[in-house]
Write a protein that binds this ligand. Structure first.
Ligand SMILES: Cc1cc2nc3c(=O)[nH]c(=O)nc-3n(C[C@H](O)[C@H](O)[C@H](O)COP(=O)(O)OP(=O)(O)OC[C@H]3O[C@@H](n4cnc5c(N)ncnc54)[C@H](O)[C@@H]3O)c2cc1C
Ligand code: SF4
Length: 562
């Protein structure tokens, strides 16, 4: 039987945003084709969170020679280890280039589920402090939306995904619709109380807000604290498209999910000025196939969606489809991190941690909230946590004999670390373009990335280490070690901004509903849409924007306006 090639909607990518688009469009009655470049994932075979190190071929240390040859960039990510390196791309098959002296670390997943399998699940709402930031500072362009526009959509996606956290009532970090919070350990409570005592209400330490279930929710089981979530979750306790949105889309009977479908480009009908379909290269046979639909959602991730559009240039759009503004590929942002401090803290040594809580603690932004008080614009939040040193400390502090062994069987002192995540300013000069001299294994031109930190991001990073050390000192910490490491952009894995939203088609790619100004039936609902970067993890906002965009697109479609 020949394959069906015409659908109501096509979604490109099956990660966090593609999963949401698939769910929303199928639930609203559209026959939807999801094109996914990577392979299918079967949780019962592919999830490996319960496999102990001694059952792994390299005992958890990984095949370093293979990683160096095939995944030299991916393996710099903390989550790309012997268990989960299979969820990260082959750098050899998926090359990209950068400008000399300006490295960019691009961490990607290519399989059904995308990076929703390995993501850290930290989930925070943006606030008007973020949506008004560009206007207030006179930087880049103003967001066309405010918190009130997206708040009901945060409610909507949180209600489905399940977000654990503690309500604080802070204006810079609006509360989600929370499931019960996870508990802080004794070391974290100690730092929380000391910081509150010395810095008043300005600096609040709370448990991380995460897309993990602390109670049964919509047929998915509560987390059992096994720990290494980046390897999968057989109980579906954390949110991923594979665990939640794709099964919901499948239940409608209107989803066709096609793995091994590498989208080359989108085709454009110059007469109707609409996207006509997509050209796909079969990942296994390398045959070319075309699929048509009335509506297209690009959810291939911030940089891959732009790459598809740059590869879709037409006589009308010679610099890339939907790029009449010239902003496609520009304003690339990532969060600046690698600034913070760690220390030993004098918390009670009569307590130990039980289980492996898959979540840390969070300190919301406290710089430049009401007025500019620092040398830099915007701010940062801290992630982190406290732990008691385990037996592995014997590697750093070697010894021998029964007494040494005995001493390692008792937990060591409490250690606390603050890791900052800072806002990156949008900058037209941070951009990607096609590198026509380099193609991937499917023969598709790849990206050349031009991106570096500005003085503002470097100043934020420096301040993170100073503020973190100051708080640890106030808490009575010893052996305080501040750090501000020179990590390149891409390191936070929060790349965004290359198809920004705006009111004016001359300066933005998308309107307020993620619809391209130039091609009415073409939407981009991944991180490309972001006009600024906030300092909080962005994926929850991508989810809310995607659900909102689907609602708008289907309404327009029903009125015959697409
Ligand atoms: C280790 C790690 C930790 C993270 N922690 C957090 C966190 O705590 N909080 C947070 O908010 N974010 C976090 N992130 C980032 C988060 O994963 C991304 O923001 C999110 O997955 C982006 O969703 P997406 O749908 O745009 O892209 P992805 O989830 O990457 O999905 C894109 C999909 O598109 C497919 N695709 C790409 N190109 C094509 C093509 N040409 N044709 C067909 N399909 C294609 C890919 O194969 C992939 O499946 C983390 C990421 C990693 C790797
Ligand atoms: S710690 Fe919880 S969410 Fe993570 S894999 Fe284990 S059960 Fe799933």
């Amino acid at each position: 039987m020949s394959e069906q090639t015409t659908y109501d909607a096509i979604v490109i990518g099956s990660g966090i945003t593609g999963g949401w688009a698939a769910k929303e469009l199928t639930e609203k009655g559209l026959e939807t084709l999801v094109l996914e470049a990577g392979r299918p994932i079967v949780p019962e075979q592919d999830y490996v969170e319960h496999v102990p190190a001694w059952e792994m071929k390299f005992r958890g240390l990984g095949d370093r020679r293979r990683l160096q040859e095939d995944q030299p960039i991916q393996s710099t990510c903390y989550a790309c280890d012997e268990w989960s390196s299979k969820f990260f791309v082959s750098d050899k098959e998926n090359p990209y280039t950068t400008e000399t002296g300006k490295p960019f670390r691009w961490i990607r997943g290519r399989q059904v589920g995308g990076r929703s399998i390995m993501w850290g699940r930290q989930s925070y709402r943006w606030s008007d402090l973020d949506f008004e930031a560009n206007l207030r500072d006179g930087i880049a362009i103003d967001w066309p939306i405010r918190y009130a526009d997206i708040a009901p959509w945060y409610d909507y996606v949180e209600d489905f995904a399940g977000i654990t956290g503690e309500a604080l009532g802070l204006s810079q970090l609006p509360d989600s619709k929370f499931l019960p919070p996870m508990q802080m350990n004794c070391g974290e409570k100690f730092v929380r109380d000391q910081v509150a005592k010395h810095f008043g209400g300005d600096r609040v330490l709370t448990i991380g807000r995460a897309a993990i279930l602390t109670q049964e929710h919509r047929g998915r089981a509560a987390c059992h604290y096994c720990g290494p979530c980046e390897r999968g979750c057989i109980t579906r306790s954390y949110f991923s498209s594979l665990n939640a949105t794709l099964p919901a889309a499948g239940k409608t009977g209107r989803l066709t999910l096609r793995p091994y479908s590498v989208v080359h480009s989108v085709s454009f009908d110059a007469k109707t000025r609409r996207a006509k379909g997509v050209r796909v290269i079969d990942g296994q046979t390398k045959a070319t196939i075309e699929f048509q639909a009335k509506l297209m959602f690009l959810c291939a991730s911030t940089l891959e969606s732009v790459r598809i559009l740059l590869n879709s240039a037409t006589p009308e759009f010679s610099s890339g489809l939907a790029n009449s503004s010239g902003e496609l590929g520009h304003n690339l942002m990532d969060h600046v991190k690698a600034g913070g401090a760690g220390a030993l803290i004098p918390a009670s040594e009569g307590t130990i941690e039980i289980g492996r809580r898959p979540n840390g603690v969070y300190m919301p932004r406290f710089r430049n909230l009401k007025s500019k008080q620092s040398e830099f614009l915007r701010g940062y939040g801290f992630q982190g946590g406290a732990h008691r040193a385990g037996w592995q400390r014997g590697i750093a502090e070697p010894g021998f004999g029964p007494d040494f062994k005995k001493s390692l069987s008792t937990p060591g002192p409490w250690h606390f670390t603050f890791y900052g995540f800072g806002e990156c300013l949008p900058n037209h000069n941070n951009f990607v373009e096609l590198d026509k001299n380099t193609v991937d294994v499917w023969g598709i031109p790849t990206l050349k990335i031009h991106c570096s930190w500005s003085e503002n991001e470097l100043a934020l990073r420096k301040d993170m280490s100073v503020a973190a050390a100051e708080m640890l000192a106030a808490a009575g910490g010893t052996n305080i070690e501040p750090f501000a490491t020179d990590e390149p952009p891409g390191f936070a894995i929060h790349e965004m901004g290359t198809a920004r939203m705006g009111r004016d088609p001359k300066t933005s790619v998308l309107n307020a509903f993620n619809q391209t100004h130039d091609v009415k039936n073409l939407f981009i609902s991944d991180g490309g849409a972001m006009a600024s970067s906030s300092c909080v993890n962005p994926s929850l906002t991508y989810m809310a924007l995607t659900a909102r965009a689907c609602d708008y697109a289907v309404q327009k479609m029903k009125k015959g306006e697409l």
